[in-house]
Design a protein around this ligand. Structure first.
Ligand code: PLP
Length: 465
């Protein structure tokens, strides 16, 4: 049969829509969605025939129906679903970084309806958006003012553009980094309309390197925290305290891009991250950080610093494009309150997970193993958790994991991901590793059930092969 005859074997769209297997799909999709799927399946079948595949009309119909059913299955239901994070990476960017505190979740829930995001309920007049949360942030940081935008990348863009567009911004060569997802500082400078002025060398930059780069074109000096890699060995870099003391005109601010947003000194947990209050106290005119890294709140970018500079940012036309929604403001307000209350290590899940000692995690592992033990070979092994999210590079935290051996770790991982809730684990050397540092106490029972379910499914699939 030639190609053209083969193409005649493809059923018409209407014919597919009328066939029993399609009309009986459950839950029943709308006619509009069905038509989109059938059209896609028909197009694909046509392409396959043009590629040389031989299909009679029954085979073509079956191919199309199977594909529509596949689309129905993968396209139905919720795409963004809860996941139990058993990777041991606390700030897992693919899993939405910081899980929020209960208080933050409640506030978001309340704010989802009408809310006084720009209304002063006392006076009945319009108020500044997020006025209270910026006041709380300033209190926390010890700064004059604060401002919230969509993320720290947006904060960097806004600051560069509003403060130094058309002029030079000085940065140490060792800090010209790619932050992730293709966000490279030189590109950010360019798109903010700022001229990049490098100071020093990759491994060594001295205060006098900055000072000699200052000229009448200088708009600002920025320090970028190396949050996702380490530079070790023959390395020198002025501290932020030293940078603010450098000989510079008063209209040239020092900007500190901290990224990770650590509020308290976490060195007791093995994390030597610079803190926001220390940067403000040192005298940085503007300090920038993410809301959803070690600050442990919703995705946003927070800028704290001198009123004079924050006012300038607030007036920028860019600000309107970068502002955050009421849900973010509600969650951020709650998170900031918790930091101010002094209970951050207990109430903010990210910090609580980082602070949990290894013995407590080992006992979580025992709890789960004792319930699934005889189904398959489960061991409890020591492992290392990570902070993740481009924070604290190279830092690992002693932890424990459930290690499930056997030749089918990939298959089990797949069933775990496809369960409800989904469970994301690590596969390492043909073993499945579940680091329970990132699994909260209240999720342990659910995790146990998910594991039992996935093991059954995986075994069933194994027997069918
Ligand atoms: C993570 C990071 C950013 C980007 O923050 P987002 O909130 O993810 O946009 C910017 N600068 C530094 C130093 C960072 O670590």
């Amino acid at each position: 049969m030639n190609r053209t005859d083969q193409l005649r074997n493809i059923p018409a769209i209407d014919e597919v829509l009328r066939c029993d297997e399609i009309t009986s799909l459950c839950p029943r999709p709308s006619h509009r969605r069905l038509t989109v799927w059938v059209r896609a399946a028909v197009d694909r079948c046509r392409a396959q025939i043009l590629d040389g595949e031989e299909l009679d009309s029954a085979a073509a119909m079956k191919r199309i129906v199977d594909q529509v059913r596949g689309l129905h299955q993968s396209d139905s239901g919720q795409a963004i679903r809860p996941v139990i994070n058993a990777t041991g990476v606390v700030l897992h960017t693919n899993l939405g970084r910081a899980p929020l505190a209960n208080l933050a979740v409640e506030r978001m829930h309340d704010a989802a309806r009408y809310t006084n995001v720009e209304l002063n309920l006392h006076s009945g007049r319009r108020s500044k958006r997020g006025e209270r949360v910026t006041q709380l942030l300033a209190q926390l940081a010890g700064s004059e003012e604060a401002l919230v935008v969509n993320n720290c990348a947006a904060a960097t863009m806004l600051v560069l553009q509003a403060i130094a567009a058309g002029r030079e911004v000085i940065v140490s060569r060792g800090q010209l980094v790619e932050i992730g997802g293709g966000f490279r500082l030189p590109d950010v400078f360019r798109s903010a309309g700022v001229v990049l002025r490098e100071a020093g060398t990759t491994n060594r930059t001295y205060l006098h390197d900055y000072e000699s780069a200052i000229g009448d074109q200088t708009g600002a000096i920025i320090r970028v925290h190396r949050s996702n890699f380490q530079l070790t060995g023959f390395v020198t870099e002025p501290t932020i305290d030293e940078m603010v003391t450098m000989d510079r005109p008063s209209e040239v601010p020092v900007i500190d891009d901290l990224g990770s947003g650590c509020i308290e000194d976490l060195s007791s947990l093995g994390l030597a991250e610079p803190t926001v209050p220390a940067s403000v106290e040192a005298g940085a005119e503007l300090t920038l950080f993410s809301g959803d890294k070690l600050f442990a709140g919703p995705q946003c970018g927070i800028i704290v610093g001198r009123a004079k500079w924050i006012d300038q940012l607030r007036k920028s036309p860019m600000m309107r494009a970068l502002r955050v929604d009421k849900l973010t403001l509600a969650a951020l307000e709650a998170t900031t309150e918790i930091h101010l209350s002094g209970n951050a290590l207990v109430e903010l899940p990210v910090l609580k997970m980082l602070a949990t000692d290894a013995e407590a995690i080992e006992s979580r592992c025992r709890f789960v193993r004792d319930r699934i033990g005889d189904r398959c070979e489960v061991q409890i092994v020591a492992c290392q958790s990570q902070v993740g999210g481009g924070s604290a590079p190279g830092v690992t935290i002693a932890s424990y994991a459930l290690k499930i051996g056997g030749p089918h770790a990939d298959r089990l991982a797949k069933w775990l991901r496809n369960g409800s809730p989904a469970v994301q684990a690590r596969v390492s050397e043909d073993c499945l590793l579940l680091d329970l540092r990132t699994v909260c106490e209240h999720e342990i029972e659910t995790l146990t059930n998910c594991l039992c379910e996935a093991m059954q499914q995986s075994a069933r699939e194994g027997r069918q092969e």
